[in-house]
Design a binder for this molecule. Structure first.
Ligand code: ADP
Ligand code: MG
Length: 212
């Protein structure tokens, strides 16, 4: 049987404390399936419907691995829209509130480019953004992904539906081959499976069947 108790996980004590204060008493099914391999550093494909708790599944994976004293971008979360990126940033900041000085920066299209460059110059541990804008920063040499440990493709099905595949490919050329890749999606069509095969290494499947 899969345990749903967060305290069974190898999480930093400050993260466990925070989960308790947030009222996260038990893992959701997708968290119970995905967090053990995520925290073990494996590549994971997480599939579950909207509202099933996928953000904390990858968010805890990021925060548990983060070295706050290392002032480089260590994790990149790609999302299909600005609204989703803003939500993920907010959730990450909430999950990180017991860890000191974790810097999460959002880089989305539809926002002025210059101020984002200014923010990047101040440094960040985690970038959350949309593929087009992140790719532009990488291409123009404003964002260094050379120290990335963890890449998250959130709502991967929607990113591909929105035509972001070329931007994803371009970004992938700038991230270390040696990294952990997490892919989350509400659905798992053939083109997502093909993407996963190309960008992930022996991914563990964490799928919660849709009931609707
Ligand atoms: P998804 O990305 O799968 O659509 P979210 O990660 O946005 O879902 O989570 C949906 C809601 O569930 C959020 O409000 C989040 O705070 C809450 N949540 C996530 N995990 C837990 C948990 N283990 N216990 C209680 N609430 C949770
Ligand atoms: Mg989500």
């Amino acid at each position: 049987m899969t345990s749903t108790d967060f305290t069974q996980l190898p999480l930093k004590p400050e993260l466990l404390q925070n989960l308790e204060s947030l009222g996260y008493h038990r893992m959701t099914p997708i968290q119970a399936l995905s967090l053990p391999p995520v925290l073990a550093g494996k590549d994971v494909i997480g599939q579950g419907k909207t509202g099933s708790g996928k953000t904390a599944a990858f968010g805890l994976g990021i925060l548990n691995r983060l070295d706050v004293s290392f002032w480089r971008v260590q994790a990149l979360v790609l999302c299909p829209t600005r609204e989703l990126a803003d939500q993920v940033t907010k959730s990450l900041r909430t999950l990180a509130r017991t860890q000191h000085n974790v810097k999460v920066l959002t880089l989305c299209g539809g926002m002025p480019f210059g101020p984002q460059v200014g923010s990047l110059e101040h440094g960040a541990h985690i970038i959350v953004g949309t593929p087009g804008r992140v790719e532009e920063h990488v291409r123009k040499g404003k964002l260094d992904l050379g120290h990335l440990r963890l890449l998250v493709l959130d709502e991967a099905d929607r990113m591909l539906d929105m035509g972001f595949q070329p931007s994803l490919e371009a970004i992938l050329e700038h991230v270390p081959a040696q990294r952990q890749t997490l892919l989350f999606s509400a659905t798992y069509p053939k083109h997502i499976e093909q993407l996963a095969q190309r960008v992930m290494q022996q991914p563990v499947m964490a799928r919660v069947a849709a009931t609707e």
